[in-house]
Design a protein around this ligand. Structure first.
Ligand SMILES: C[S@@+](CC[C@H](N)C(=O)[O-])C[C@H]1O[C@@H](n2cnc3c(N)ncnc32)[C@H](O)[C@@H]1O
Length: 244
């Protein structure tokens, strides 16, 4: 079982997502273990205060270091040795599929969700790293933590019904994925490409590869520039769609 602990001030905001669909089934099957911990449980005093005004003034509140570090230390003591403690933070490196592949090889994850203006800087030495979901600001780290759990969990063996489905997806090869179609064959005048109904698997694979390459070239030239294309791909790219 791959253990994940989410430290949050809003446990209810993550429970629903973690119990539904593929993640819920992965937990039922014992492939993924998720503990959601309320940071407030580690706050002291009658009012269990977890935030305070920023030194130096300014708007908003800052998460206090004592409850957060106590929660992190308790989570570390429950987790297998070497589990990674990551703070969700817009300052961190942007989360990618490659990072998800690295994290799935770790013994486990402890994901710390910030709120308000963020966390007291003195918490940083108690972390192993930070993770950003992208160049935008969320109200809290919960959505980012869910994204990390989701992307990592679906890479665990047995979580996806069909093992190959995580291998052919977008980004696995620095390539965006080809388009998908399902029934009906005709929808408001738009037809499913005939190639996909021809039963010739080699031809279908060629069609899919051509579209993956073209889509990446058009929409993500940054990824396309990093591709090491073989002769077959170069030749394929020279074809027009109707020649596939
Ligand atoms: C309102 S944000 C704080 C933003 C902070 N004052 C700043 O300007 O960088 C509150 C919390 O949401 C989370 N958060 C916000 N944006 C994020 C992002 N892009 N990726 C990951 N976590 C994010 C972090 O945990 C952060 O501490």
């Amino acid at each position: 079982m791959y253990p994940v602990e989410v430290l949050t001030l809003f446990p209810d905001s993550v429970q629903g997502y973690l119990g539904a669909s593929i993640l819920g089934k992965a937990r039922e099957k014992g492939l993924l273990g998720v503990t959601v911990t309320h940071i407030r449980d580690y706050a002291e005093g009658k009012h269990r205060v977890t935030d305070d005004a920023p030194y130096g003034g300014g708007a908003g509140m800052v998460m206090k270091p004592e409850p957060l570090v106590a929660a992190i230390e308790a989570a570390r003591s429950r987790a297998p040795a070497g589990a990674k403690v990551l703070l969700m933070s817009p300052r961190g490196p942007t989360f990618t599929q490659a990072r998800a592949r690295e994290l799935v090889r770790e013994p486990g994850l402890i994901l710390v969700c910030g709120r308000y203006e963020g966390v007291d800087e003195r918490v940083m030495p108690f972390l192993d790293g930070e993770v950003s979901l992208g160049d935008f600001i969320l109200t809290g780290g919960e959505v980012a933590a869910l994204a990390v759990v989701d992307a990592v969990a679906r890479l665990l063996p047995g979580v996806l019904g069909n093992e190959s489905s995580s291998v052919s997806e977008s980004f696995e090869e620095n390539l965006l994925e080809h388009p998908h179609y399902t029934r009906p064959p005709s929808f408001r005048g738009a037809e499913v490409p005939a190639v996909l109904q021809c039963g010739d698997h080699a031809r279908i694979a060629r069609w899919r590869r051509w579209h993956a390459l073209r889509l990446t070239q058009q929409r993500r030239p940054d990824l396309f520039a990093r591709l090491e294309l073989g002769k077959a791909d170069m030749k394929l790219l020279q074809k027009k769609e109707e020649e596939l």
